[in-house]
Design a protein around this ligand. Structure first.
Ligand SMILES: O=C(O)CCC(=O)C(=O)O
Ligand SMILES: [Fe+2]
Length: 322
């Protein structure tokens, strides 16, 4: 695997204003206890507080959105040191930054917008997700089963693994371009674009009497790429008639292509680092690890429709942080 350059925003000497933590501790507590259900109201409050008290965090949020919408498609943020605070303060600070990227989505089986990515014993027979295991997570996008997967997600490393647990990124644009360099690749791409593939919807999301799959192409405009092999394979098991020779061939070819693809970007989030990813333009994965206390906090975020004009306005008055 090639080790390509990765984009980093390093925030040196970031300090919170005096008394800030005492002022926000009640709100942080309420958020963590799930006493507040209206996430859009919470987001507006977080944004107002940040604008007034920590404008640097707002500027950083804007910079992150710019990077996510640029050709880079992801950005690593270092130096904030929010992991040094106890939860729920660390959660609060993370959300205060992430609130500037768009609208949080809630996790299926909780009312919370933060999901702990950490290995855990499974309580029922449910199929575990990548975020509950220490195994490798092969390249995928998040929420591949949603009609409109969230545009962005973030991971904040409270505690990273000493060995393994590295993040892998592949930019879909580059992947698609190199797929086009052979005639088999072009053929594969045509099937990935023109045929619908089934994505299994986790049981927690399925209403009574509803189908447990959605059908969508793997390569499209929005998202540019939609891929999660295990959910496609699980759907083929339930609906074998969908596993046509063309789909199986294209999937097999694509999987092998991704495995041997050289332009993978691999990096390790160390304690306190965050990564924000454009989930519509980038595939991500994780190497295996064996450390029960690895803990990343994940948020998923829908893009605000007014983003572009907001970014342009703020761009003009923005100072460069890094
Ligand atoms: O553990 C990680 O680094 C990422 C996990 C992941 O991609 C997921 O839970 O969807
Ligand atoms: Fe993921």
């Amino acid at each position: 695997m090639q080790c390509l350059e990765h984009p980093v925003l390093d925030i040196n000497k970031f300090t919170l204003p005096a008394k800030f933590l005492t002022e926000i501790s009640w709100l942080a507590q309420e958020i963590s206890e799930n006493r507040m259900n209206d996430w859009s109201a919470i987001q507006s409050r977080l944004k107002t507080i940040v604008q007034e008290k920590i404008p640097r965090l707002e500027e950083l949020g804007i910079q992150i959105v710019q990077r996510l919408n640029s050709e880079q498609g992801f950005v690593i943020v270092k130096g904030l040191s929010f992991h040094l605070y106890k939860r729920p303060i660390a959660d609060y600070l993370y959300l205060s930054l992430a609130a500037h990227l768009g609208k949080f989505t809630v996790h299926s089986n909780s009312k919370n917008v933060i999901w702990d990515v950490t290995p855990r014993p499974l309580l029922n027979q449910r199929k575990p997700t990548f975020s509950e295991l220490d195994a490798e997570a092969p390249l995928h996008i998040d929420s591949a089963f949603r009609h409109k997967p969230e545009e962005y997600f973030g991971l904040f490393a409270i505690k990273s693994a000493k060995e393994g647990g590295n993040s892998i990124i592949v930019k879909a644009n580059d992947l698609i371009q190199s797929l086009q360099s052979s005639s088999f690749g072009v053929q594969c791409l045509r099937i990935l674009r023109e045929q619908n593939f089934p994505f299994q919807v986790p049981s927690a999301f399925v209403g009574a009497g509803k189908s447990n799959i959605i059908l969508a192409p793997i390569v499209a405009d929005k998202p540019l790429i939609r891929f999660r092999l295990d959910t496609i394979e699980a759907s083929f098991k339930c609906y074998p008639e969908l596993a046509t020779p063309a789909r199986l061939w294209a999937l097999g070819y694509f999987e092998r292509f991704i495995k041997s693809y050289e332009n993978k970007i691999e990096f390790k989030l160390t304690d306190g680092d965050m990564v924000f990813v454009n989930n519509h333009k980038v595939l991500h994965g994780r190497t295996a690890f064996s450390q029960n206390d690895r803990l990343l906090l994940r948020v998923r975020i829908e893009q605000n429709s007014q983003d572009t004009s907001e970014i342009q306005n703020l761009n003009q008055k923005m100072k460069v942080i890094a």
